[in-house]
Write a protein of this length. Structure first.
Length: 459
């Protein structure tokens, strides 16, 4: 091999390209640098406000060089084919299989942020889920830049995201700083490539040069922090004395989540749904054009306090249920935000001021949370991204009760199908007998008519 060449695989480039694609906008292609790092190779992507590096094993030696983003995308394929880079003056010769290309390059590469940050270690899946949940409550279109990012509050160990209309607060995260640090809400944290990395830990840090650092295995991410002062939100977490508290059962939460996107009125302004807490716990939605609606009765859920009603954007209700915030507090006077809690997560949103439509009961379709839905517990999950290990596949063992319930449900379905088949056979048999009886009746009538005509002729 040439003394100034190095060999890796195309699949490494593919994973790197997929990660970088989620870091930058298509209109802002990043600068790509390839640098030797110890006995490995470090791939670096420099975006406008973000940097990503990935350490990969290699064969041979090479000087640092650069690649154009379009050139990298051309050779980044999901294959294990070996790919060799050889530097030749102002170009890099790329060979893989029977393919070869010459791309322009130079040895002047960008530099990474200095002053390595002090980091803390968190459980990878929990931290990625928390970042994704906080990002769902960030207003990326707001000109107030403080609302564009996720707040890492060092003084209270909280992760906060808000648009000013809804707010997510997650506790229990240690940060190696005391002040507020505003981190951009990046699509990187939702990527399956990060979840596939064979590690259970994720590092988090902050440099004095205003870079937020995240490390997952061989991948390092640098995001430039956002300047601005995050709004005070502590006062919103104090419920009123007369708050009505609703305890949503996990089975009812799964029942609602399964139907929420299919309820009428989704395309209406604010996409409203209505909670009613009186003799029953009911969730209603309406189709104003058809003058009809649907009621979901949450038969397993209960509330304490006075009767209450609350109108909300269905996306806010969906967030609360997926975040596991099943204890929800409503102000009977409809003057304060709704407060939803669950574990270390608090989710707050501003209810809608619109009045619930009044339709005749005959125009309402009632759907109840029946015994079958309550018999199969199904916890609502946040960010349903499948976790698939890249180097080691660990099959998760399902709880015995849940497995037995699924088996019982499948058996019940098979029994119902067999019963329907038998009923169909009986119905078809009955139809054939009725048709045969009709033919016999017609034949008898024809015979009697012929006999009567014969009698008349003889007479």
């Amino acid at each position: 091999m040439n003394t100034n060449s190095t060999r890796i695989t195309q699949s490494h480039l593919y994973r790197f390209e997929r990660l970088v694609s989620k870091m930058v906008k298509p209109s802002e292609p990043p600068a790509i640098c390839v640098v030797p790092f110890g006995g490995n190779l470090k791939l670096c992507a420099f975006g406008k406000e973000a940097i990503l590096t990935m350490l990969i094993p290699k064969e041979g030696f090479t000087d640092p060089f650069t690649l154009q983003w379009a050139d990298l995308k051309q050779i980044a394929v999901k294959k294990d084919t070996g790919i060799t880079f050889t530097i030749e003056k102002n170009s890099v010769h790329v060979r893989y299989g029977e393919q070869q290309h010459w791309f322009p390059t130079n040895q002047k590469v960008n530099s990474l942020p200095t002053n390595p940050p002090e980091t803390v270690t968190h459980e990878k899946t929990r931290l990625l889920d928390a970042l994704n949940q906080a990002a769902r409550c960030v207003d990326t279109n707001n000109i107030k830049t403080a609302l564009n990012g996720i707040c890492f509050r060092g003084s209270t160990s909280q992760m906060i995201g808000t648009t000013g209309v809804h707010l997510s607060i997650q506790d229990g995260f240690a940060f190696p700083w005391k002040d507020d640090v505003l981190c951009p809400a990046s699509k990187l944290f939702a990527s399956k490539e990060l979840r596939e990395i064979d590690t259970d830990e994720m590092l988090l840090g902050y440099t004095h040069s205003n870079w937020v650092y995240a490390g997952v295995g061989e991948v390092e991410i640098w995001l430039r922090s956002i300047d601005g002062k995050f709004p005070k939100v502590d006062g919103l977490m104090k419920p009123a004395d007369d708050t009505t508290w609703l305890e949503i059962a996990p089975t009812d939460a799964a029942f609602v989540l399964d139907r929420l996107d299919k309820l009428p009125g989704k395309k209406d302004a604010e996409s409203p749904v209505y909670f009613t807490l009186d003799d029953k716990v009911s969730l209603r939605s309406y189709d104003l054009s058809q003058q009809s609606g649907i009621t979901l009765e949450l038969t397993q859920s209960k509330f304490t306090g006075t009767h209450a009603k609350c109108a909300m954007n269905r996306q806010f209700l969906k967030n609360a249920l997926q975040f596991g915030c099943l204890r929800q507090g409503f102000d009977p006077n409809r003057e304060n935000p709704a407060i939803c809690t669950g574990g270390d997560h608090t989710y707050i949103y501003v209810p809608l001021t619109c009045a619930e439509p009044e339709f005749a009961p005959a125009r309402m379709t009632v759907v109840a949370s029946n015994v079958q839905s309550a018999a199969i517990p199904k916890e609502p999950s946040a960010e349903p991204v499948p976790v698939k290990r890249r180097r080691r596949i660990v099959a998760k063992r399902q709880p015995a009760k849940q497995t037995e319930s699924k088996v019982a449900l499948l058996q019940s379905a098979e029994d119902v199908r067999q019963t329907l088949r038998q009923s169909l056979i009986q119905v078809n048999t009955l139809i054939r007998e009725v048709k045969a009886q009709r033919r016999q009746d017609r034949l008898l009538r024809t015979t009697m008519d012929s006999l009567n005509k014969l009698k008349l002729t003889i007479a």
